[in-house]
Design a protein around this ligand. Structure first.
Ligand code: NAG
Ligand code: NAG
Ligand code: NAG
Ligand code: NAG
Ligand code: NAG
Length: 409
């Protein structure tokens, strides 16, 4: 390998020299040095020509630039899952697609008549809900799902008319977005009608991972169920349940009959046999000048509103022990009809300093940005009250304290 490289390099230098010589002889103005200015690199004893790019390992790529080797090491984002996989040849490991099914519920959308040769067709909707765990991801790809259907006579374990896959290509390739559910709609299931009354049989479906599932970016696709596959991946409904009841389909997706959902923060809808019945909430007047809309809220609300009138610090003579000052600060608020209570964390900041005179703009000694502790910072304000803060302050410069006159601001 090294031998070959050296030969290659020697040959290359030779070729470039030949070209230069050739150029030089035909066009006398070209300098003979121009072709050999860009030098090769030696990396771990192996030569590389100028501008060559090579991979040292899966994360490191080097380039040669006129005898200088520059290597770039790719850094990886941490993969936030318990079990990561490293695609071959890739530097970083990724989380596999991880999908856990909680429930599969079939409903009979429509029943069609049994034909003369005994075939019966029912059109199913299958509503799949997923577990939203930490490792759960969405999944994108093709042939992701397989839905099997059969007729199960009650009180037996027989499966009549078992069909491995009742989804069409588009349905089987439906993407799943974490937090959502999947509704397979208009799933056509045809079977030979058994000689049973509808109250003697159920129609059942079972969801599986598509056996030829291909994810869009080639990541593995883990498919599981919670609690266990026999209860969460299989759903049945009575054959008598066949009703002409339609889901509601609009731009936001599919909602089954009797589903309730929120179209926007102010609008709740219910699906009633194909028609969405929506009601819009009326909002009361917020009663303030500059109301705000909080995320996810329908109605405007008033921001907390307080205005401070005066900050009055007191240092009690008897409170001063050595270089400790016990400070009480009384806050007076300006009350108006807009004034509100305030609750929250880190609401207040009280700065303190020592001044040699009473001007508020004069030189500040021993300035402290925040003298309140965590509890005081988050102290609730109740409208009409006059809160006070009590703070023990150590005075750093006792010479200042003992001077002729001092003020605490
Ligand atoms: C390449 O490197 C050599 C040696 O450091 C230097 O003399 C020359 O000018 C460089 N050429 C270019 C094009 O930077
Ligand atoms: C089913 O068959 C009955 C009797 O032949 C007929 O009246 C009815 O219209 C048929 N229904 C459908 C949906 O084809
Ligand atoms: C199924 O079993 C239950 C309880 O054992 C019984 O009441 C019911 O009649 C049975 N149904 C059929 C269709 O056999
Ligand atoms: C649902 O709507 C369809 C068509 O609009 C109608 O034929 C059917 O009878 C309705 N079902 C119920 C249970 O109201
Ligand atoms: C402010 O808080 C006090 C005490 O928690 C409460 O009694 C009062 O109703 C509140 N006022 C408003 C406008 O929320």
């Amino acid at each position: 390998m090294m031998m070959n490289r050296s030969w290659y390099l020697v040959c290359l230098v030779f070729v470039s020299l030949v070209i230069v010589v050739h150029h030089a002889s035909s066009q006398e103005s070209i300098s003979i040095s121009s072709g050999i200015q860009l030098l090769p690199c030696i990396y771990h004893g192996v030569p590389f020509v100028h501008s060559e790019v090579w991979r040292v390992d899966e994360c490191t790529t080097c380039t040669c630039d006129n005898s200088t080797t520059t290597c770039v090491v790719e850094s990886c984002q941490p993969a936030h899952c318990t079990e990561h996989v490293k695609p071959p040849g890739e530097c970083c490991s990724v989380c596999p697609y991880d999908v856990t099914v909680r429930k599969v519920e079939p409903t009979i959308q429509t029943k069609r008549n049994v034909t003369t040769n005994g075939d019966a067709t029912i059109v199913l909707a299958a509503d799949v809900t997923f577990k939203d765990a930490k490792d759960t991801s969405g999944v994108r790809g093709e042939s992701l799902w397989e839905l099997s259907a059969w007729i199960a006579p009650v009180n037996t374990t027989h499966r009549i008319g078992f069909t491995e896959q009742v989804l069409n290509v588009d349905q089987a390739s439906q993407w799943y977005v974490k937090g959502n559910r999947i509704i397979f709609l208009d799933v056509v299931y045809t079977f030979v009608a058994p000689s049973l009354n509808c109250d003697e049989a159920n129609v059942c479906v079972e969801l599986k991972r598509g056996r030829n599932a291909v994810t869009t970016d080639g990541r593995p696709f883990n498919f599981g169920s919670d609690p266990d596959s026999s209860t969460s991946l299989i759903g049945c409904t009575s054959l008598c349940a066949g009703r002409d009841i339609f889901p509601c389909v609009d731009t936001e997706g599919i909602h089954l009959h009797e589903d309730v959902w929120q179209r926007d923060p102010c609008t709740h809808c219910t699906c009633n046999n194909g028609t969405a019945a929506c009601s819009t909430k009326e909002c009361p007047d917020p009663g303030c000048n500059r109301p705000v809309r909080l995320k996810g809220e329908c109605c405007l609300s008033c921001p907390y509103h307080v205005r401070v009138r005066r900050v009055s610090p007191f240092v009690m003579a008897q409170d001063q022990i050595g270089d400790q000052v016990h400070l009480r600060v009384l806050i007076t608020f300006h009350e108006s009809q807009h004034t509100t209570n305030v609750t929250g964390i880190n609401l207040w900041k009280l700065s303190a300093w020592v001044a040699l005179d009473q001007t508020k703009t004069g030189k500040r000694y021993d300035y402290r940005e925040q003298i309140l502790d965590a509890t005081q910072r988050s102290q609730q304000y109740v409208k009409g009250e006059t809160p006070a803060f009590a703070v023990d302050l150590g005075i750093a410069d006792t010479a200042v304290v003992c001077g002729t006159a001092f003020y605490m601001c």
